[in-house]
Design a protein around this ligand. Structure first.
Ligand code: PMP
Length: 289
């Protein structure tokens, strides 16, 4: 991703894409002191941009640092980066991290940096409307007193990349992660929903990200009078659901056709929520979010 034309906004100005670099002794590279956002723009407008910018600031605070640009400055940076990309539909990656002044676990005096990159990113999963295949991840989501699980923090993605790579090597698109208690949690970069008897069931986000797409999906379902039940879901229930899908800013709403031995058939509820989400992000539907 580094050797290409374009520009990246970093610490208040644009630099050429291929010259946008950090030093080897960047604290974030060694100790994962970075927080980030993944967002999508549709028709030149970033969906739920302000919520993403606020979440980035909140993630930074959870990690013990303050981003030296306000939410409004970040909003402006994202608008400018999107405009400069010339793209209408795009993926937007904002990231904040601890710099390189001090080396070691402690980095109290390191400057905090902020960057925004925008590029074209099609569907997160190939052929996603057919329904993707998930396997079971070997790694579990940590407990809230083991890791700062509500921050969108780089360090939490170590187990996601491990799980995703293992899944891909075994021929699957992604993996279902359980939490520290053995309850169903989420995929490696998206939340999960199930359908049973025309109601949606989704795990309570008490040890993983309560994704913005998850929250949007719940509102879309409620607008259709579909009952949404947030609760603890055990793996032995996987056989009892008829439909399944995952949600995320990159994944949008992606139907799931299989989790290990269990198969699902994307049907009316999955299809109507995918349609609603598409209309909503493209500004063709009103919904109080
Ligand atoms: N869980 C994880 C681990 C993720 O990386 C993401 C994507 N940010 C999500 C859930 C979904 O979050 P959102 O809908 O806000 O993109």
């Amino acid at each position: 991703y580094d050797d290409r034309d374009g520009y990246i906004w970093m610490d208040g100005e644009f630099a050429a894409w291929r010259d946008s670099k950090v030093h080897i002794l960047t604290h974030a590279l060694h100790y994962a002191s970075a927080v980030f956002e993944g967002e999508r723009a549709y028709g030149g407008k970033i969906f739920r941009s302000l919520d993403h910018s606020k979440r980035l600031h909140n993630s930074a605070r959870i990690m013990g640092f303050e981003i030296p640009f306000t939410v409004e400055q970040l909003e402006e940076a994202k608008r400018e980066a999107l405009a400069k990309s010339g793209l209408d539909s795009a993926y937007v990656r904002a990231i904040a991290w601890r710099g390189s002044e001090m080396m070691g676990v402690s980095a109290q005096n390191n400057t905090i940096h902020l960057a925004v990159a925008v590029w074209s990113w099609g569907d997160y999963f190939a052929d996603k409307m057919k329904g993707i295949r998930l396997t079971h991840a070997e790694w579990r989501r940590p407990a809230p007193d083991t890791a700062p699980c509500h921050a969108k923090a780089a360090g939490l993605y170590m187990i996601c990349t491990l799980s995703k790579h293992a899944a891909e090597k075994a021929g699957y698109a992604d993996a279902l992660m359980l939490d520290y208690r053995g309850q169903v949690a989420e995929a490696t970069g998206a939340n999960i929903f199930f359908v049973r008897d025309n109601a949606l069931h989704t795990p309570t986000p008490d040890c993983f990200l309560n994704g913005l797409t998850r929250q949007t999906t719940i509102k879309l379902a409620q607008a259709r009078q579909i009952e949404v039940i947030e609760r603890a879901i055990m793996p032995d229930e996987l056989a009892t659901f008829s439909e399944c899908f995952i949600t995320g800013s990159a994944a949008e709403i992606t139907p799931v056709a299989e989790i290990g031995a269990h198969t699902y058939k994307p049907a009316e509820i999955s299809h109507s929520l995918v349609d609603d989400y598409t209309r909503l992000v493209n500004g063709k539907m009103d919904l109080a979010l």
